[in-house]
Design a protein around this ligand. Sequence first.
Ligand code: NOJ
Length: 535
Amino acid sequence: MTHIALALLLLMQPPTPWWKHAVVYEIYPRSFQDSNGDGIGDLKGITSRLDYLHDLGIDAIWLTPCYPSPQVDFGYDISNYESIDPKYGTLADFDELVREARKRGIRILMDMVMNHTSDQHPWFIESRSSKTNPKRDWYVWRDGKGPGEPPNNWLSEFGHSAWQYDSTTGQYYYHKFYRQQPDLNWRNPAVERAMFNVVRFWLDRGVAGFRLDAITTLFEDPELRDEKVLPGKNAYGDQNEDDARTDNHPEVHDVLKSLRKVIDSFSGQRVLIGETYLHGPEDLNKMYGANNDELQLPMDMQVGLIDTLDAAAFRRRITESQTLIRGNIPLFVFNNHDIHRSLDRYHPYAAKIVATILLASRDAAQMYYGEEIGMKTTPPTRKEDVRDPIGITGWPKEKGRDGERTPMQWDSTANAGFTTDTPWLPVPPTADTVNVARETKEPGSLLSWYKKLIALRKTNTSLREGTNEMLDFDQSNVLAWLRKSEAGTVVVVCNMSPETKTITLRGALRPILRSDSAATGRSMPPYAVYIGAVQ
Ligand code: NOJ
């Protein structure tokens, strides 16, 4: 074959979709960068930090909701799906963010909350106004079982009954989350039509796709059967129960298929990411669709939430993610705005190991702002300081999610460079030492480690596209794997233990990146990481 023919053939190959190897960076707009001095982050603030994100090497930003909202759930209670909350800016600011990000090769993903709206959304205001209102059936309304008794025993994720009595019409409405977040009735085709129009609105504005909030909870058992009661109580004092009637209903898959058709009708490889806390890899496998026609990237929460430095558990779960999802790409997640930061859930010395599992595996990688500098969870110490309502309902067992939403730590000046006013959540004391400005200058910092790993993911063919083969050997608490491609084999070794370990590996090794100059791949100091070419 001539060179020209080969070049033509290569040009004819469909390009690998960008999201397959993507690093998606989650931004909680309230906490990333304030540009107008009101103590709350905003879109212009994010735009002003794009050079930092470009330098870090990310491919896309997932923006948690910044639509108009009463902010009961800090944006997850949406009152208008086609605008921007004035707290965060304007649609023009949004367009500017998309444009400026694109100039730097960064895509913007929106958070799409389809399970529920705010109770202040005009749809719900109409719906609750009378039983005969045309929007009545857009939400889930039912009679109580008897006076003062909700229709069944279903619980809200955020504590207590999932049914709220509404005196205007004497019926209850269902809310999986806060009572200010009534669930939409996805069995009404008008709801799907309205929501898909919202999706088109943002796709037309240039977003690269969506992270679908609480996507597994769109449907509930139509017969409203009680959930099975389980032993024990939750942090809110409610009797524990199963979620089989209110989560993962098979009809979710029909919606996902239709939604996938919508996004595929737009050019430019748009992507659907799902918030999918599931029971195991079999459930995860289903989220891609039997014909790979549903989510491209359901979140794999199985790996990131192992929560202990147990190499055998990681080996098992990562192997599952490589073998049980039919060659699809898992999206690994160690951090987000709902869970305690990985620095606290794993050993702080293991921060580089966490980064390595996330960025040197065969996966798409989701990061959360501040993870790259080693931000800690800093929960409120007094109930009166709590901002997240579940922290008030559940205090002191459940302190809410403020601790993982504290302002980004840019530098060691007042308020960590986040704002010139009082920040909406206090800046953690760690900001003096854990911050972008300091870590940028230090080659051995966690931030530098993330940058190097992300750069390697882009430039090393095996780390980018290679297979992922876990190594199983006698050494306890050493996690190691091979990434193999036509370009060669790369070995990744992580010592998850506080002792030096000696490892048997075949072949000559050439170091590519290591966290400790004493790490040779065969001799591994405590918590060391070694990435090397196998020759
Ligand atoms: C999941 C979101 O991540 C969380 O922050 C929110 O409270 C619930 N869904 C309800 O929208």
